[in-house]
Ligand binder design. Structure first.
Ligand SMILES: NC(=O)c1ccc[n+]([C@@H]2O[C@H](COP(=O)([O-])OP(=O)(O)OC[C@H]3O[C@@H](n4cnc5c(N)ncnc54)[C@H](OP(=O)(O)O)[C@@H]3O)[C@@H](O)[C@H]2O)c1
Length: 252
């Protein structure tokens, strides 16, 4: 069920470590069990978009033992890729992936989000979680699309508008595909994944999954904060959880 984050008007952002730190959305093992997503439970994961980022991110879930369906409008082109990942990976059309996944990773050029919403919005609204990794980028998606997204309140609120009723969390938006495998489970301070969303259960499930693949989720606020996760923002790139907290506290 969607929730409204409690934002102290004197603070510009709600920031809490999703696991272990104080905060209304902090995830505890008990809370995780209550959400029906204990750490280690294997879910069916679907990717809409299996390009550079979708392919790399989905591969991390395969490594952790989840069944993953990678999708494309041309699934036959993913054949060798999924064979290389082993029996937990498969390829399908977007419709097949949407039907397959308990959790859906949306990893497409932002200009495709509205179309995907029109075609698959009802099915996506029935999923436990949609992780929105997509960014509006003018040189790829066009100035007009970027303007529309900004007018809607930025990526995040715009994705929620395109996928009404979906349990969306934005995350992984500005961690480059080539770094994902080496950052996962890195020694020392984990690499942080800033996340934003309005749905407590979806945030909890996203946090569980992000920890499982070897990153530390940091909730930076509600969906309105989703625009600050894009490439080119201060939160972009690789940061420790403490750094993400510090940066997020400076954002409006
Ligand atoms: N590259 C990165 O390091 C990175 C990091 C963080 C976030 N992101 C974001 O992730 C998204 C994808 O980036 P990418 O670099 O992975 O792009 P990419 O390599 O070009 O892959 C794009 C994927 O989107 C699919 N797609 C495109 N239009 C579609 C549509 N209308 N319906 C369904 N699928 C569609 C493509 O599948 P088809 O086979 O059907 O064409 C392809 O699998 C972008 O929004 C990007 O900003 C990228």
């Amino acid at each position: 069920m969607p929730i409204t984050l409690t934002i102290n008007p004197t603070r510009r952002a709600v920031v809490c470590l999703a696991a272990g730190a104080a905060g209304s959305l902090a995830l505890t093992p008990l809370a995780a069990r209550a959400q029906g997503a204990p750490s280690g439970q294997k879910l069916k994961i679907a990717t809409i978009g299996a390009g550079r980022e979708g392919g790399a991110l989905g591969s991390l879930f395969v490594k952790e033992g989840h069944a993953v369906m990678f999708s494309s409008r041309h699934p036959e082109q993913l054949k060798d890729f999924v064979i290389g990942l082993g029996p937990l990976a498969r390829a399908g059309t977007v419709a097949e992936a949407v039907a397959f996944g308990d959790v859906v990773l949306l990893v497409v050029p932002y200009s495709a989000v509205a179309e995907i919403g029109k075609e698959h919005g009802a099915a996506l609204a029935a999923k436990k979680l949609v992780i929105d990794v997509s960014n509006p980028i003018a040189r790829r998606d066009g100035d007009e699309l970027v303007k529309q997204v900004n007018d809607a309140g930025g990526a995040g609120l715009a994705t929620q508008k395109a996928l009404p009723g979906a349990h969306i969390v934005r995350g992984f938006n500005a961690i480059g595909f080539a770094q994902l495998a080496t950052l996962a489970h890195r020694p020392g301070d984990p690499a942080a994944v800033p996340i934003a969303g309005d749905d407590k259960d979806a945030l909890n499930l996203a946090s569980t999954l992000i920890k499982e693949i070897g990153f530390e989720p940091v909730v930076v606020g509600g969906m309105a904060m989703g625009k600050y996760l894009n490439v080119g923002t201060p939160l972009a790139g690789v940061h420790t959880p403490a750094e993400v907290q510090q940066i997020a506290a400076t954002l409006k």
